[in-house]
Design a protein around this ligand. Structure first.
Ligand SMILES: Nc1nc2c(ncn2[C@@H]2O[C@H](COP(=O)(O)OP(=O)(O)OP(=O)(O)O)[C@@H](O)[C@H]2O)c(=O)[nH]1
Length: 479
């Protein structure tokens, strides 16, 4: 990266500016042991000149000593630091790597492929726009391919690049490529994966990684890096799906009250009619203030429109109670409000998940206790078979019924990743023990346990109603 180094040394400002304006694509790499994942990542870093000179010479000398590639530089050694960590069990987390081309910035989430690391793959996949699934051309689709594809689909990644690697070992055979392509497209159909792209590769020799290979004249698609550079991953901005989870109520003095948060989806304009959930109070947006502008001096620096993922403060026409954890939405397009949700849950802790035990459920800016009342079924991530179980163990994925102590404004994950996902926290250890996605929102359940134990007088019921209507921030239960 010497020419880049020069630019960094001479004109760091313009170098940074150049990067700032590029758009970002996050992708996940999944493969079975020895499919060539490290080699491919190493090749992309190398070819995009993101390897430091000292890293390169270290890899060159190690390559001569330990490399598995004869004369050639073993690209896998360029990502070896991570691997040795993994072998020693120091980290089983996701490793994020960064590189950039002229057009885009990339973050690679490199996750371990073994079944015992399913939770790590879920973590890496949760923010990815694209998944690259590596397949060894000699082996075709393996159990691991099915598992990785299931998780990629579960996490709602809409673009899957099937990298059919080691084509050099099958003489760059078009037939082998087509067979694997057909088998994977059957799998994609079974799962409902929308956009698939197939590339014949040799990560080792660099065929179809950066440049189109002469050895695959029958392939009319783009090489991998070019595909990553140009694929359209923009999501439709739906104005009607405006969601602002309230993070903080900014009340510096009696004259100002603003509601701060990062817009999870959609957009909002001054004057829009909004509803605060779960209370259901309605008002209009008075002003929208950009996060950067909230200082005493320019609190009046307002904008007319804001959209995801901007961090904003909004003020309202009427004085209504809004508190952290509430969701501000457009009145004309409200999500369902309920405390009873059908969810897909990934269990991430050594201690098993107990039905009926109370956990803290954190979703966007809200947090409340909740229980998993019932496990509908557990999915075998390799065969997609469903089984009945009484509890969940580490890495299990299951459909469950989750009941919260308070209702929330809930979107389905497939419609909104931000507001449709949650984490599960153990109330004693404070560990994150699970992650989940809302599949469906049921009708709100009454708090049967409270009802069962006490009969309330009319006066008590009226008082309860008064408190709920006038003090929604107390999160009072309905009696
Ligand atoms: N012939 C050939 N060999 C390859 C290719 N890609 C990778 N290899 C070789 O396959 C072996 C495994 O490659 P890695 O990149 O370490 O595989 P991996 O998937 O990262 O493996 P793990 O790190 O163990 O998960 C190494 O010996 C590579 O040199 C390829 O396109 N062609």
């Amino acid at each position: 990266m010497s020419s880049k180094n020069e630019k960094i040394a001479l004109d760091i400002e313009s170098y940074l500016k150049e990067h700032e304006n590029k758009d970002m694509l996050r992708f996940l790499t999944c493969g079975s042991v020895d499919d060539g994942k490290s080699t491919l990542i190493g090749r992309m870093l190398y070819d995009s000149k993101m390897i430091f000179d000292d890293q390169l010479s270290a890899a060159q000398s190690e390559s001569e000593k330990y490399g598995t590639t004869g004369e050639k530089l073993d690209m896998a050694l360029l990502v070896d630091g991570l691997q040795s960590e993994r072998e020693q069990g120091i980290t089983i987390d996701v490793a994020y790597r960064f590189f950039a081309t002229e057009k885009r910035k990339f973050i690679i989430a490199d996750t371990p492929g073994h079944e015992q690391y399913t939770r790590n793959m879920v973590t890496g996949a949760s923010t990815a726009d694209v998944a690259i699934i590596l397949i060894d051309a000699r082996k075709g689709i393996l159990t691991q391919t099915r598992r990785h594809s299931f998780i990629v689909n579960l996490l709602g990644i809409e673009h899957v690049i099937v990298a059919i690697n080691k084509m050099d070992l099958v003489d760059f055979s078009e037939d082998v490529f087509n067979e694997i392509k057909q088998a994977y497209s059957d799998l994609a159909n079974e799962l409902g994966i929308k956009n698939t792209y197939y590339i014949p590769l040799s990560a080792l020799d660099g065929d179809n990684v950066v440049d189109k290979s002469e050895k695959t004249p029958w392939y009319d698609g783009k090489p991998l890096l070019n595909l990553l550079d140009t694929m359209d991953i923009s999501k439709e901005i739906k104005e009607e799906n405006f969601r602002l989870p309230v993070q903080y109520v900014n009340r510096p003095n009696l004259n100002f009250r603003g509601f701060c948060g990062t817009i999870a989806s959609g957009n909002v304009k001054a004057g829009d009619e909004i509803t605060v959930l779960p209370s259901g109070k309605t008002t209009k947006v008075k002003n929208i203030i950009n996060a950067g502008d909230i200082t005493e001096a320019n609190r009046s620096a307002i904008c007319n429109e804001a959209y995801a993922p901007m961090a904003v403060t909004i003020t309202t026409e009427d004085e209504i109670d809004i508190s952290r954890g509430d969701m501000i939405v457009h009145t004309k397009n409200m999500p369902r409000v309920s405390n009873s949700l059908k969810v897909m849950l990934v269990w991430m802790d050594e201690s098993s998940m107990q039905v009926g035990k109370t956990y803290d459920i954190k979703r966007a800016t809200s947090a409340m206790p909740g229980v998993f009342e019932h496990i509908n079924y557990k999915v075998d991530v390799n065969t997609y078979e469903r089984t009945q179980v009484k509890k969940l163990e580490l890495n299990d994925i299951a459909s469950c019924k989750m009941v919260l102590t308070r209702p929330i404004a809930a979107d389905k994950y497939k419609e909104n990743h931000e507001t449709g996902s949650f984490i599960v926290v153990d109330r004693v250890t404070n560990n994150t023990v699970g992650a989940g996605m809302i599949v469906d929102v049921a009708k709100r359940e009454e708090d049967s346990d409270v009802k069962a134990h006490r009969e309330y007088t009319k006066a008590e019921k009226e008082l309860n109603r008064y408190i709920r209507e006038n003090f929604p921030e107390w999160n009072c239960k309905t009696i």
